[in-house]
Design a protein around this ligand. Structure first.
Ligand SMILES: C[S@@+](CC[C@H](N)C(=O)[O-])C[C@H]1O[C@@H](n2cnc3c(N)ncnc32)[C@H](O)[C@@H]1O
Length: 309
């Protein structure tokens, strides 16, 4: 069914009215903002998306497949590389609540898994959930200014987290130095398909909401990464697009956002009273707008596989 643009634009306006234009247009996305976003939104991820603690989109190839199986797609791909190349040391960047690493660590007890994440509450939850997995180590650290850079790894992967980096190519190059011979880096993330902004006003306002909703300063393009002068130590082995496989779930998020926005006055009041956190409105904003930009083919969902030169 084609998207109802009037309804979409009205819903975007509702969010601007609930929160106030200056809040959305004027946010400077610092690490503190990102931390606060994930500290306050992990409850909603568990409640509405994945009780197991996944904080990424499910990848769907057929109807009737359980949601959990679709959420494991990214980790299953990582596992296929572990098996094919006999990798034994794996690092996850931005592990969230530890969903991917926990899945992998349970199934691959001979492999050592390390993870870093910026958000203290996520680190705590990931450790708690993996307390019976001796082959996991979860640390608090930032991939933008890392402190833990002494170990080396066969495989480094990042699911929907490098979009938060200040410089995605720079982060990839930095972590390339921690890779062993024949090591690989895998990224699953949303990327912009064209550098220029969409010209119409509805898209411009919606894009601002999308960035604000995901606590992002920008979306990188594939070209920003593939043609970056900073990327010396890695070469691209594969670039795969999964936009149509994540769209059904994005449309579900959008329907949820429409429902949540039926009573904007109530949301505004609960927000003012401090009963609802601003981060819930951010999630509604992200849920509302992601499908719009995927359908417009302005954003895409990609897997990048890079191999050490
Ligand atoms: C959308 S969640 C994805 C979590 C996990 N990869 C998953 O698939 O469930 C993004 C995660 O990236 C983390 N993050 C954001 N910026 C980071 C940074 N600079 N360094 C490390 N982690 C970061 C956040 O704390 C959050 O847990």
């Amino acid at each position: 069914m084609p998207m109802n643009i009037d309804k979409f634009a009205r819903s975007c306006d509702k969010i601007y009215r609930i929160v106030g234009e200056p809040v959305i247009n004027g946010e400077d996305v610092s690490e503190q903002v990102i931390r606060s976003y994930y500290t306050h939104s992990s409850f909603y991820y568990r409640k509405f998306h994945s009780p197991e603690g996944a904080m990424h989109v499910p990848v769907s190839f057929a109807d009737g497949v359980p949601h959990l199986h679709k959420l494991q797609y990214q980790a299953r791909f990582v596992e296929s590389l572990i098996s094919r190349y006999n990798y034994t040391r794996v690092l996850e960047l931005g592990f969230g609540m530890g969903f991917n690493t926990r899945y992998l660590a349970q199934r691959n007890p001979q492999v050592q898994f390390t993870g870093i994440d910026l958000t203290a509450s996520n680190v705590k939850r990931a450790r708690q959930k993996a307390k019976n997995l001796p082959n996991t180590t979860f640390m608090q650290d930032s991939f933008d200014e890392p402190e833990h850079t002494s170990q080396s790894y066969d495989l480094i992967f990042a699911v929907e987290t490098l979009c938060h980096s200040k410089d995605m190519a720079g982060v990839l190059e930095r972590y390339a130095h921690l890779l062993s011979e024949n090591g690989r880096l895998v990224v699953f993330d949303g990327l912009k398909k064209r550098p220029e902004a969409l010209p119409d006003k509805i898209s411009a306002r919606a894009y601002q909401l999308l960035l604000w909703g995901f606590a992002l300063e920008r979306f990188f393009t594939l070209d920003d990464i593939m043609n970056s002068e900073k990327l010396h130590s890695l070469k691209f082995e594969a670039v795969t697009e999964y936009s149509k496989n994540v769209l059904p779930n994005m449309l579900t998020f959008q329907r949820g956002a429409y429902k949540a926005l039926r009573f904007p006055g109530v949301l505004k009041m609960l927000l003012r009273l401090g009963i609802l956190p601003l981060e819930l409105i951010k999630q509604i904003a992200a849920g509302l707008t992601s499908a719009y930009f995927l359908e417009k083919r302005y954003l895409g969902y990609y897997k990048l596989v890079l191999v050490k030169k």
